[in-house]
Design a protein around this ligand. Structure first.
Ligand code: 1GP
Length: 237
C-alpha cells in the first residue's frame, strides 16, 4: 500500500485523518499494552513516530512491538537522521521551510539518503512550517530557527506555496509540540484553500473540539501528541 495515495484519496473524498504522534523518548519497550489498547480504541488513522531530541535507541524494537498490535500506517516524523527505522512504512521527508538554517533545509536530508536507501520506506516530501505559538518550542530550540509570525497569514501561505512549487507533497503547519497556542484558524483556512497538496496541522491541540476546529478550517490531517501522551483516555472523555 502507498500511504501518500491513501492520503490523497481521503482528501478527495473529504475524509479527515488523525495522526497520533508518539515520541520514542517517552516510551519503553515492554510497557506498551495500555497505550496500544487506547490507540486501537481511538479514531486515529495514522501513527507518526519521532521527536526533536530522540537519538534513535530502541526505535526498531519499539515500532516492531507497536506495529504487531496496531493496524495503522506508521510514518516516521524525524528530528534528525538517527530517527530512521526500516520497520516503519514511510517517512515524512521534512524541509523546515520557515527557517533559514541550512542544516534543516538540506544538510540532514543529504545525510539521510544513504540510510533511507537501505530501507523500503515510502518517502513523502513534506514542507514543514513552524508557526509562532506563544512559547519557545523544542523545534525552535533544536533547529535554531525562528517560527513565522502567527498573524501574517499571507506570508505563511507564500511559504506553503513555495514548498508546493519546490515539489513538497504535503504541507505541515506546526505550532510545535506542547505549544501554548495552536495554529490560528484563519491561517489554516487561507493555506488550505490555496494549496493543492494535503495539509497537516499540529502542535498545541488539546481537545477534541480543537481537532474538529482544525478539520473544519481545512486541515486534512491533524496531529495530536502531548494531549494523548498526558492522558491516554483523551478520546474517551
Ligand atoms: C508536534 O504537531 C505535533 O510536532 C504535535 O504537537 O504534542 O502539542 O500535540 P503536540
Amino acid at each position: 500500500i502507498n500511504s501518500y495515495n491513501e492520503i490523497l484519496n481521503s482528501k478527495t473524498k473529504g475524509e479527515k485523518l488523525l495522526a497520533i504522534l508518539l515520541d520514542p523518548d517517552k516510551l519503553a519497550v515492554g510497557n506498551l499494552s495500555d497505550l496500544i489498547q487506547k490507540i486501537n480504541q481511538s479514531p486515529a488513522t495514522h501513527i507518526f513516530v519521532g521527536g526533536s531530541s530522540f537519538d534513535g535507541t530502541h526505535l526498531d524494537e519499539l515500532i516492531i512491538e507497536l506495529k504487531s498490535k496496531i493496524n495503522l500506517p506508521f510514518l516516521l516524523f524525524p528530528g534528525n537522521p538517527s530517527q530512521i527505522s526500516d520497520k516503519a512504512d514511510g517517512i515524512l521527508f521534512l524541509t523546515l521551510l520557515s527557517g533559514r538554517n541550512p542544516d534543516y533545509l538540506i544538510e540532514h536530508q543529504v545525510n539521510a539518503v544513504p540510510i533511507i536507501k537501505k530501507t523500503n520506506l515510502e518517502v513523502i516530501s513534506t514542507g514543514y512550517i513552524l508557526i509562532e505559538s506563544g512559547n519557545e518550542t523544542a523545534v525552535e530550540r533544536v533547529s535554531q530557527t525562528k517560527p513565522l509570525d502567527r498573524t501574517n497569514h499571507e506570508y505563511a501561505l507564500q511559504t506553503a506555496q513555495a514548498g508546493e512549487f519546490i515539489g513538497n507533497k504535503l504541507i505541515y503547519l506546526e505550532a510545535g509540540s506542547g505549544a501554548k497556542l495552536s495554529v490560528p484558524k484563519e491561517m489554516i483556512i487561507l493555506v488550505s484553500q490555496n494549496i493543492n497538496v494535503p495539509l497537516i496541522v499540529g502542535g498545541g491541540i488539546r481537545s477534541k473540539q480543537e481537532i474538529e476546529n482544525a478539520f473544519n478550517a481545512g486541515a486534512d490531517i491533524v496531529v495530536i501528541g502531548t494531549a494523548f501522551e498526558n492522558d491516554t483516555n483523551f478520546f474517551n472523555s
